[in-house]
Ligand binder design. Structure first.
Ligand SMILES: Cc1cc2nc3c(=O)[nH]c(=O)nc-3n(C[C@H](O)[C@H](O)[C@H](O)COP(=O)(O)O)c2cc1C
Length: 94
């Protein structure tokens, strides 16, 4: 779309890409959970991108956004119940 008719600025597009990656990861985590897998989202690529790039032999032009550990829990009886904030404490309705 030409710049004159688009509301997306150059700064918006990378942010939208990151949002899209976050949504993809969330969907992957939900799918993993549905399959009985345990998973943990880690942000190592944001803190030490070169270490992650080298460890995983990623192409130089990749900007990894997340690192996911994934596997079957060894003993699900040891998992603690999740404690969550009440919805009203984290959602604002307008
Ligand atoms: C964007 C994002 C990045 C995260 N990065 C890390 C991380 O680098 N290391 C870590 O131990 N947990 C990290 N977490 C937290 C875990 O993925 C997980 O959400 C947390 O352990 C709570 O798990 P639970 O919801 O099953 O209790 C991150 C979570 C998010 C949403």
């Amino acid at each position: 779309m030409p710049p004159s008719t688009s509301r997306c600025t150059v700064a918006t597009v990378p942010a939208a890409s990151i949002s899209s990656a976050a949504m993809a990861v969330q969907n992957l985590l939900l799918a993993a959970h549905a399959e009985g897998l345990g998973a943990c989202w880690m942000c190592a690529p944001l803190f030490c991108p070169e270490v992650v790039r080298e460890a995983l032999s990623l192409p130089d032009d990749w900007e990894a956004q997340a690192l996911l550990t994934l596997g079957y829990p060894a003993n699900s009886s040891t998992l603690r119940a999740a404690s969550r904030h009440a919805l009203g404490a984290v959602v604002v309705r307008r």
